[in-house]
Design a protein around this ligand. Sequence first.
Ligand code: 4AD
Ligand code: MG
Length: 431
Amino acid sequence: MNVVTVSELAQHVGQDVELKGWVYNTRSVGKIWFLILRDGTGILQCVVVKDETDDDSFTLEQDLNQEDSVTVTGTVREEPRALGGFELGVCTINVVSHVADEYPISHKDHGTDFLMSNRHLWLRSKRQHAIMRVRHQTIKAIRDFFDNNGFTLIDSPIFTGNAVENTTTLFELDYFERQAYLTQSGQLYQEAGAMAFGKSYCFGPTFRAEKSKTRRHLTEFWMVEPEMAYCDLDGNMDWAEKLVVYIIDAVLNNCQNELKVLERDITKLEAVVPPFPRITYDEAAKILKEHRDGFEYGKDLGGTDETVLSDRFEKPVMIHRWPADIKAFYMKRDEDEPELALGVDMLAPEGYGEIVGGGQREDDLEELVKRIRYHDLPLKPFQWYLDLRKYGSVPHSGFGLGLERTVGWICGTKHIRETIPFPRTMTRLEP
Ligand code: 4AD
Ligand code: MG
């Protein structure tokens, strides 16, 4: 018999097939009962009727529990009233394994902490399933975008000898005779990549010892980081805008069912078309002064500031030209206003806040050495990085897009911990 998945049923209407999965639920209606089967690709209503199903299988109803693993044979029928538009007229049900205890996650409400502690099981539920599929589609779109636009994938290392971002968020570890850090960003290596390949990117896990317990922070998160030679800040913003438009398009085209499960208002996503507004930090500060008590010019934006700003735009907004003192050592200064750094943050709408951070890099050797000293960083681990300014330095730019923040916005989740299979936060290392 033909073994098929729920997602393939449209091609098998009228055929006898076998499906392999798990019991999602059971339900009786008079003399027939329904086995709701999930197989990882979808959910299927299987109809069990006395004279059509073999006797042993028919009497199974009372013995089946949520998450028992089962294989089922039967005939595929079109059924517009059923979820997904198909149902199975059951011939046989074969139990592969009965659950040992009652399945901890029933169909009623549970608290998030309990669900997170059962994350390894929670991934089977409809909503989590939908979020992971959107995450998968987002990753695919990101890769396709860069691969189709002439970028070469250059993986950055995870063990590093130096900080990239703020030194207070470094995870330090013993590395033979010395100390090493888990990377905060693959950027510096992409700068080497861009000088070798013109355009390069990396896409992998990055680490921050964030002591904040906000809905936007993980200690381990995924970031895609493109870097382009001969590219200035404006060109950088063009790339960031194109990438985000491409991702949203791909999710809208391929994840309609998932977005429905998530009850996402897709008109909000459909509004994400170019061009995105671009405002300076000064302009953003003016808005914040007007709409938020206690905002101080020159300060970095906090979560609430980002929410206030991103609530005011229907599309992602890019904020550029930041006070240099609050940005990283590698940022190039604005020629006309040297107290400003050529950095850019992109804030997602609907209050989601920063999803992209990047900018034009300092390409002058002496300036860069000055910055490293000014930021009180040791020069030695940066020798290789300084070489990039000694040998054929050019204007170049890049950015990092946080995967979980992006997926959180697309799915409309409250907290980004739902957007990564096994989240790592200050208080969570298991499962
Ligand atoms: O703004 P960030 O710190 O920028 C960089 O790391 C640059 N070196 C990137 C580059 O230019 N190549 O981080 C970039 C993005 C943020 O906009 C956010 O989306 C995400 O990474 N991010 C986090 N996501 C989840 N949890 C955290 N703790 C995050 N910190 C940053
Ligand atoms: Mg940032």
